[in-house]
Design a protein around this ligand. Structure first.
Ligand code: GDP
Length: 431
């Protein structure tokens, strides 16, 4: 969702305006001093359009009330926002602090809507007009307290907010799968077992054997597109450089796919190459399913050993759903589709900003980030900047240690169920 940041000096009425926009009487204004509000981002709606509202009002008590900090706060909010609602107190007029914020806004190049607040009557309306001097365009007179003018204000806001990106909706057509794994784990056997004779070869370009070929395979009543299966079906002869090309090909297939099935030979020790491919999938930001093949060959001892190897070597992708299959006996092949669905679902998950922030608020209240250099970093707010795969940005007042970031990632996974997908978490610090 597009993000609108509400910025302005303390006491200009930001939080009252936010309440007004949200259309509810949440006690955002009367906070207990010294207690950090657990959320500053809200999911808002106007005229059927959704956006995220970031209220910077709550951050003021995190800083020591110095005017210089207001501009800094604004800078932080603006960085995270697609557009800015700048609130000025019309009964006071512009101050040096307002001017400082204006400079920040100009530098950012983000669209700004100027709200002249506390315009409760005709007399203050004239004062609102004086705010033209800020050079931000027309000051829109509002009374956050009484609700006057807020409709026009929101219309103006919708005019500058970008439309939600349609690219984020799932593309039509079959989902794209890369079937990857080192030689001899059973990729072509699995493909044959899944596709049988009914496979449909698409995108084949005649002439060169190097050309990638996709195949459409029906699984669980739906079509799936296995990308670049030419490399799987063709016997790869070990000439010099074959490994290198196989690796390039694997990488290219992963890039083209939405989800990778990493096929492993359960009957043999995990290899360096298995781990490398798993890492490749994670780094490419694709969903992942682990499929342990040749399960028909496993005896009790090997089974135990395998679990230990998985524990030791595949820790970084322990979020991936796992199936234990046999291409030869067709054991558990029907479990592949549910695993793929789980992984793709996690990959596409979008957590509403409000929910994300109330969750983080509780998390941080219960387990605050470790103090560094005598300072307690505060988490201001977070947003999910992207999905496919999920990417989160957390805004803080101080550095978060790697251990604490992993803790947040783990809890996010528990809370929102990101099975089968890598997630990334970046931290933006404003000291
Ligand atoms: P690829 O190089 O990954 O495509 O592997 P192949 O599909 O060519 O399989 C390599 C070898 O493993 C072949 O001899 C297959 O018959 C054998 N194989 C594949 N899947 C299974 C399985 O589930 N069980 C057993 N026992 N052997 C398998």
């Amino acid at each position: 969702l597009p993000v609108l940041a509400v910025v302005g000096r303390p006491n200009v009425g930001k939080s009252t305006l936010v309440n007004r926009i949200l259309g509810r009487r949440e006690a955002v204004v009367e906070d207990v001093p010294g207690v950090t509000r657990d959320r500053v981002a809200y999911d808002a709606q106007w005229n059927g359009r959704d956006f995220t509202l970031v209220d910077t009002g709550g951050w003021e008590r995190d800083v020591t009330g110095l005017d210089a900090r207001v501009a800094e706060q604004a800078e932080l909010a603006v960085e995270a926002a697609d557009a800015v609602l700048f609130v000025v107190d019309a009964t006071i007029g512009t101050t040096d602090t307002d001017e400082a914020v204006v400079r920040v806004l100009r530098r950012s190049g983000k669209p700004v809507v100027l709200a002249a607040n506390k315009v409760d009557n005709a007399r203050t309306e004239a004062e609102a007009a004086s705010l033209w001097s800020l050079g931000l365009g027309e000051p829109l007179p509002v009374s956050a307290l009484h609700g006057r003018g807020t409709g026009d204000l929101l219309d103006a806001v919708l005019g500058v907010l970008p439309q939600p990106r349609p690219a984020e909706s799932a593309p039509s057509g079959p989902r794209r799968i890369a079937l990857v794994g080192r030689p001899n784990v059973g990729k072509s056997s699995l493909l044959n077992a899944l596709a049988g004779e009914e496979r449909v070869v698409v995108d084949a370009t005649a002439g060169t054997t190097r050309d990638p070929v996709d195949e459409i395979v029906e699984l669980g009543g739906r079509d799936w597109r296995f990308v670049d299966t030419a490399g799987i079906r063709r016997r790869v002869h070990l000439t010099s450089g074959a490994d290198y090309y196989a690796s390039l090909r694997t990488r290219a297939a992963i890039e083209k796919a939405e989800v990778a099935v990493l096929l492993l030979d359960a009957s043999e020790p995990l290899a360096e190459q298995d781990i490398r491919i798993a890492t490749m999938v994670e780094e490419a930001g694709r969903a992942l399913v682990l499929a342990f093949n040749k399960w028909d060959l496993l005896d009790e001892d090997r089974h135990e050993l395998l679990e230990r190897e998985v524990e030791r070597d595949l820790g970084p992708v322990r979020w991936a759903p796992r199936v234990n299959i046999s291409a030869n006996t067709k054991r558990h092949l029907e479990r592949l589709v549910p695993a793929l669905d789980t992984a793709l679902q996690g990959w596409e998950t979008r957590v509403p900003t409000g929910r994300l922030n109330s969750f983080l608020g509780q998390l941080v209240a219960a387990t605050p980030p470790p103090v560094r250099g005598g300072k307690q970093p505060k988490i201001l707010f977070a947003t999910q900047a992207a999905s496919r795969p999920p990417r989160f940005v957390i805004f803080t007042t101080g550095f978060l240690e790697a251990g604490y970031r992993r803790f947040i990632e783990r809890r996010l996974r528990e809370e929102f169920g990101f099975a089968g997908t890598p997630i990334s978490l970046s931290v933006r610090v404003r000291e």
